[in-house]
Design a protein around this ligand. Structure first.
Ligand SMILES: [Zn+2]
Ligand SMILES: [Zn+2]
Length: 373
C-alpha cells in the first residue's frame, strides 16, 4: 500500500532543520505483513532525542531511513501466525523487538535481545525483511523496527504491545520510549528505596519520567537541567529541589542531599553530565545512565571509588525490563493517577511540521511533542 512517511536521506545536515529540512515527507510503498508481522495505522508518534541523534549523525544508521521509534496506533491486519494482537487492538510500539527465545530474553533482559539488536542494526524487521520501499523500488531502512513517522507501518509482533483502548494515542505513544526508559531506569535499574535521595540529571521526556518513577518508588528527588521551564515542571511533578546545571551543580546536589545522592540518574547523553551524576552520589551510591553520548566520548572516574566507596555505575536500555510486562503495568499506574506522564507532552503537531519540531527539541524548548495522524 502507499503510505506517507518522514524519511531521512542524509545524516549531519546543519540546523536549523526548518531550513535544511533533513526529514522529507514522501510517499513510500509498504508491503503486506509477513508471517508474525502486523500492519498498524499509526495514530501518534513522539519526537525523541534518539531520533535527533540519527539526524545529527551522532548515532549513525543506514540511510535512507524512515525515522521514528516511539508510537501508538491501531492494528489493521495480522500476518500468518500472529498471536499477540488482533485487528482492532490498540498497541504501543517498542523500539527493541524481543524474540523471547535468545539467551538474554530467557534471562528476562529483553533490551539485550540478540536477534532484536541485529535487526535494529541492519535496519530491518526482526525477520530480516524490509517492508518499506521508495516508489522506484529501492529499499528504505526501518528505524528500530518501528519507523513511527509514517501513517502506517508493518512491525514484528515482538515490536508491539496491546494496550487499554481508553488511553488517548498521543499519551499512549509516550510509553514506547520516554516512559518505559525513564520509569524503568528508576524502578528496575536504580533499586531505589523509599526515602532515598535521587538526583535526575537532564529533564527531557526520559528524565521527567525517571523523576516520576523515583517518586513512585518513594524517593525525594532533585532535578538538574539548564532549562528553567524544565526545572519548574520538575518541581510541579514533585521534585523537592532543582539545580540549574553548571560548574556548581555537583556541589549543590551534594549540599541538598547532606553529602550526596543515594541514586543519580543521567539522561542527558553527555559524558560530562554522567561524570557529574557520578560525582553527585554519596558513598555506596548508584549511578544509572540512560543517555546515549557520541560513541567517540570517554568517561573518566576515580577508579578506586567503585571499591573503596562501594559505588555502582550501570547503564540501562529500554528500562531494563520486559516491555510486554512493563507497558501495561505503567499504563495502569497512569490511569490510576500515580504516574502523570501526560504532563510530559508539550505539544502535538502534523507530520509536515516535523523538522520544526526537531528544532524545538534541540533547543530544549519542547519536552515531548507528538505527531498526530
Ligand atoms: Zn526514544
Ligand atoms: Zn531475544
Amino acid at each position: 500500500m502507499r503510505i506517507r512517511s518522514a524519511v531521512l536521506r542524509e545524516m549531519g545536515m546543519a540546523p536549523p532543520y526548518a531550513t535544511s529540512r533533513p526529514l522529507e515527507i514522501v510517499e513510500l510503498e509498504l508491503d503486506d505483513p509477513g508471517p508474525g508481522e502486523v500492519l498498524l495505522r499509526v495514530r501518534a508518534a513522539g519526537l525523541c532525542h534518539s531520533d535527533l541523534s540519527v539526524i545529527n549523525g551522532s548515532r549513525p544508521r543506514l540511510m535512507p531511513m524512515a525515522l521514528g521509534h516511539e508510537a501508538a496506533g491501531e492494528v489493521v491486519a495480522c500476518g500468518e501466525g500472529v498471536t499477540r494482537v488482533r485487528p482492532g487492538d490498540h498497541a504501543v510500539m517498542v523500539f527493541v523487538p524481543s524474540c523471547g527465545e535468545c539467551d538474554p530474553c530467557l534471562a528476562g533482559r529483553a533490551a539485550l535481545c540478540e536477534p532484536g539488536a541485529a535487526a535494529n542494526g541492519a535496519g530491518t524487521l526482526l525477520s530480516g525483511a524490509h517492508r518499506l520501499h521508495a516508489l522506484d523500488g529501492s529499499v528504505v531502512q526501518h528505524h528500530l523496527g518501528v519507523s513511527a513517522f509514517s501513517d502506517h507501518v508493518v512491525c514484528a509482533q515482538e515490536s508491539v504491545v496491546a494496550i487499554d483502548p481508553s488511553l488517548p494515542f498521543e499519551i499512549a505513544a509516550l510509553f514506547g520510549c520516554a516512559v518505559i526508559t525513564g520509569v524503568g531506569a528508576a524502578l528496575h535499574a536504580a533499586t531505589i528505596e523509599a526515602g532515598d535521595r535521587v538526583a535526575v540529571f537532564g529533564l527531557g521526556g526520559v528524565g521527567l519520567a525517571a523523576l516520576l518513577g523515583a517518586r513512585l518508588a518513594g524517593a525525594e528527588v532533585i532535578g538538574v537541567d539548564v532549562v528553567e521551564s524544565k526545572l519548574a515542571l520538575a518541581r510541579d511533578l514533585g521534585a523537592f529541589a532543582t539545580v540549574h546545571a553548571g560548574p556548581d551543580s555537583v556541589a549543590e546536589v551534594r549540599r541538598l542531599t547532606d553529602g550526596g545522592a543515594n541514586v543519580a540518574i543521567e539522561t542527558a547523553g553527555h559524558e560530562f553530565v554522567l561524570a557529574d551524576a557520578y560525582a553527585a552520589t554519596r558513598r555506596g551510591g548508584t549511578t544509572v545512565t540512560v543517555g546515549l553520548p557520541d560513541p567517540s566520548k570517554q568517561l573518566s572516574i576515580p577508579a578506586v571509588s567503585l571499591v573503596a566507596e562501594e559505588r555502582t555505575l550501570r547503564g540501562s536500555y529500554l528500562g531494563s525490563g520486559v516491555p510486554a510486562h512493563d507497558v501495561p503495568r505503567m499504563i495502569e499506574l497512569y490511569l490510576d493517577g500515580r504516574l502523570p506522564v501526560d504532563r510530559l507532552l508539550s505539544d502535538t503537531l502534523p507530520l509536515e511540521d516535523i523538522n520544526e519540531g526537531f528544532d524545538r527539541l534541540a533547543s530544549g524548548e519542547a519536552i515531548r511533542q507528538a505527531i498526530v495522524f
